[in-house]
Write a protein that binds this ligand. Structure first.
Ligand code: PLP
Length: 386
């Protein structure tokens, strides 16, 4: 098999779950998963049923059904102030994951460098490796977990092709401000770089202003590939529906890659997505309100646990506490929490070297489970090494 695939390991946040499952413990609480625990709203399911009943079960155009692309373009205009061509500037994909993969494959040639703030969503690095490019990690600030434009600037070389920005960020839950985005945008324009802007958590901002898309800064739209998805916003992870938005010139190239991978996104999921985007936003608001309550409870609880320092993660549905005063080895501590506390979290090191000394905790779980997990973690962590 190809050498480049050998560098791809099973993501640690999945492997740790397997480790916990095989222990067969009944009261285990899983907080390692980046997946909404809510059901998909009913009106979305109804739209899918209708599509099935009407026989909407064949290939769609490669870019996706026009109605959905138009609905997305309208949203991008209203919510982000962006003018995107619905016919040629939007590509419907099988989830944000496929959008990331084909965006990177379409941009990266042998030896091209891609700067990725570290810690990161692991598939970025895999996709760059698969394309025989070179992932260049840009460590975030250890204290604040914020990406530093100066660190990125110092990593730019004449082989740099793109920067990946994920805002709000998985795994840290950090939300990068407009100022930070503007500095990165200036850098991209000055050095003529592409930016892949992964905005799958763009609705998940619980403190402060929702930041703009980096594509909205001067000179950025023609060099930005926006990635988004219905997975998190509408609790639709299994439907596999996302999109890529950019210029017609860029989308035309990515479309060739997409067409040679899987023709088009699932037809029924596209109809469901249309109902989601065109339907009332009330269901999203309700889920966001619940996430906000959980975040508050969880951050307060963690900050009362000695040895833990928990930066103020304002977005996505993750917190990323610093556990280095207790144990630097995040895998070792995660296994300990499984064994002693029956709580599953993700080792920070699974998201890059910059994540070591941290654990990622997802609060996409019921309030009852979160409160119980907090209690157990406090007891286990305060007893560690004693
Ligand atoms: N980007 C980020 C940062 C993610 O966390 C995820 C999923 O966890 C994705 C993209 C892909 O999501 P999906 O393929 O379900 O749309």
């Amino acid at each position: 098999m190809a050498e480049k695939t050998k560098s791809i390991g099973r993501p640690l946040h999945r492997a740790i779950k397997d480790y916990a499952v095989q222990m067969g413990i009944k009261d285990m609480i899983y907080l390692s998963i980046g997946e909404p625990d809510f059901p998909t709203p009913t009106h979305i399911i109804e739209a899918a049923k209708k599509a099935l009943e009407e026989g909407f079960t064949h290939y769609t155009p490669e870019g996706g059904i026009l109605g959905l692309r138009q609905a997305i373009a309208k949203r991008l205009k209203i919510e982000r102030g962006l003018d995107v061509d619905p016919k040629k500037g939007i590509l419907i994909t099988s989830g944000g994951a496929e959008a990331c993969s084909i965006a990177i494959t379409s941009l990266v040639d042998l030896g091209d460098e891609v700067i990725i703030p570290d810690p990161y969503y692991p598939p970025y690095v895999s996709a760059v490796n698969i394309s025989s490019g070179k992932p260049v990690p840009a460590p975030v600030d250890r204290e604040t977990l914020m990406v530093d434009p100066e660190v990125i600037s110092n990593l730019v070389t004449d082989r740099t092709k793109a920067i990946i920005i994920n805002n709000p960020c998985n795994p840290t839950g950090m939300v990068y401000s407009e100022d930070i985005l503007e500095s990165i945008a200036d850098l991209a324009v000055d050095h003529d770089l592409y930016v892949i802007s992964d905005e799958v958590y763009d609705r998940f901002v619980f403190e402060g202003e929702r930041p703009p898309s980096i594509a909205s800064f001067p000179g950025m739209q023609e060099r930005t590939l926006i990635i988004n998805s219905l997975s998190k916003t509408y609790a639709m992870t299994g439907w596999r529906l996302g999109y890529l938005a950019s210029t017609p010139k860029i989308i035309a190239e990515v479309l060739k890659v997409k067409g040679s991978v899987n023709v088009c996104a699932n037809s029924i999921a596209q109809k469901a997505a249309l109902a989601a985007i065109q339907g009332s936003d009330e269901c999203v608001e309700e889920m966001l309100k619940e996430y906000a309550n959980r975040r508050k409870t969880f951050l307060e609880g963690l900050n009362q646990t000695s040895g833990i320092r928990c930066p103020n993660s304002c977005g996505a549905f993750y917190v990323f506490p610093d556990i280095s005063k207790i144990e630097m080895d995040s895998l070792k501590l995660s296994k300990y929490l499984i064994e002693k506390g029956h709580v599953v979290v993700s080792p920070g090191v699974g998201f890059g070297k910059g994540g070591e000394g941290h654990i990622r905790i997802s609060y996409s779980a019921s309030m009852e489970n979160l409160k119980e997990a907090l209690k157990r973690m406090k007891i286990a962590l305060e007893a560690y090494g004693k």
